[in-house]
Design a binder for this molecule. Sequence first.
Ligand code: 13P
Ligand code: SF4
Length: 341
Amino acid sequence: MAMPALMEQVVDGPEGYEGVQAGPEWAAEVRRLAKARNATILAHNYQLPEIQDVADHVGDSLALSRMAAEVPEETIVFCGVHFMAETAKILSPEKTVLIPDQRAGCSLADSIKGEELRAWRAEFPDAVVVSYVNTTAEVKALTDICCTSSNAVDVVASIDPEREVLFLPDQFLGAHVKRVTGRANMHIWAGECHVHAGINGDELAEQARTHPDAELFVHPECGCATSALYLAGEGSFPADRVHILSTGGMIDQAKAAKSSQVLVATEIGMLHQLRKAAPGIDFQAVNDRASCRYMKMITPAALLRCLAEGADEVHVDPEVAALGRGSVQRMIAIGNPGGGE
Ligand code: 13P
Ligand code: SF4
């Protein structure tokens, strides 16, 4: 296969693309190849800044799922992790869906398997199964309604209050939804994301103590979400400056923020879009080591290879996709239409 001329400058990266660096020439080549393939590039808010900047659309999981269902192009290049690209394929089975590196997994999606969900459902046969979108296609096929962090509360609130709910796999998001909806008949799977679970309450409390005038943006997958609300509840931090938000919700809130400094508890890729959305605000990570190694597998070299070679293509078994499609379509129909650009 003929390599783009740009490949000659390189040193490290996928085979044949070693050392590709982001820059104007790289961006022009990415755009040229995307056009030639009739492809649209979607990027999650946790992607590397250069990947976000070259994409057609950047957003949170919900906004990107909605885009995937609507975009007119024949090919979707998903710069995110594997379950996101799988969700795009479930929604648009007739399209070609590519991910620049199929090894980009998710520790949260790995925290529940299809057979575990089957056994859990057997214990509660009348319950409604609500799965976070961070799950495999197999788990989605066993689910009644999917949700993302931006519509999880609306999804659970839409369910008959008499029905039990099995919420999976994220325990911190589940606790947040249970708190907000006040729903007692909700059972929560004990899964977690290694990145968000690692942003702990002590770290958050220390940052809040040393930045008393800041606002706090906390993703509900964080281990520290409960601590943030505890600080607000006991009065050691003003409650109106604590916001539990999806990544898309953080961008909307950034535009409305009144403080000149915001402490951000989520994956650090988020800082790029926040700084673009509100350049006058000083955004600081609560934990600057909170980087998702899976999200960061989508490198400039991997994206170039993906567009040049049409790889890695995402396949979902058509029967599994058909079973999961209803739960994902219910998800994209519920909640705030925002969350992306
Ligand atoms: P959102 O973009 O929906 O807030 O999700 C965050 C996340 O962890 C995706 O992996
Ligand atoms: Fe999965 Fe966590 Fe990475 Fe998001 S940040 S993709 S939940 S491992």
